[in-house]
Design a binder for this molecule. Structure first.
Ligand SMILES: [Zn+2]
Length: 180
């Protein structure tokens, strides 16, 4: 633990999240819907937008946010991507590392990188092409399958925090809002 009480987790921790799509300089990019932050493949270290402290900090909302993978959050992200309208949401797996704040519903991390993008069943040709372009840009994999299949694959290949660490993080912590 650091002096702020932020655990440093060894290795990579994976979680679920949604991105929105933005178009900068003629190409597609993953963006954070809440914080108007574009994810750049070469810039993954979180910064606090409010203060000069290192991100994430316990009493702040900074850091890269993702959900713990479970049936509920998988359903939530897949339902959102099913609409496939322009300005679409992209769901997938984020790889995180470094300093980490643990919350009941997810984590905030110091470093994060898009690792897997989910291709919804019956996706339009345009959605597929966009996903391929994004996967190339970020060096991410593309997975397709049902919610339970995607969850099982995550458990095998891209696990999240152990339940004991999540339980420890649930005690006395508030849900975080407005993070990147
Ligand atoms: Zn902060």
């Amino acid at each position: 633990m650091t002096k702020e009480g932020t655990p440093v987790v060894a290795g990579h921790v994976y979680g679920l999240r949604l991105w929105s799509l933005s178009t900068g300089d003629g190409d597609f990019r993953l963006s954070s819907a809440n914080a108007r932050h574009e994810w750049r493949s070469n810039e993954t270290r979180a910064k606090c937008g409010k203060d000069s402290h290192a991100a994430p900090a316990k009493h702040c909302s900074c850091g890269y946010y993702c959900f713990h993978a479970n049936r509920e959050t998988m359903l939530k992200v897949l339902m959102t991507t099913r609409r496939q309208v322009p300005g679409v949401f992209i769901a997938g797996v984020v790889k995180t590392w470094g300093r980490t704040e643990v919350h009941a519903d997810g984590i905030r991390s110091e470093f994060a990188s898009p690792d897997v993008l989910f291709l919804p069943g019956g996706a339009t040709a345009a959605y597929k092409a966009t996903l391929r372009e994004l996967a190339d840009k970020y060096g991410a994999e593309i997975w397709t399958g049902s919610g339970p299949q995607l969850l099982q694959r995550m458990e095998q290949d891209k696990p999240g925090l152990s339940s004991s660490l999540v339980q420890a993080g649930r005690r006395g912590r508030r849900r975080s809002r407005g993070t990147t």
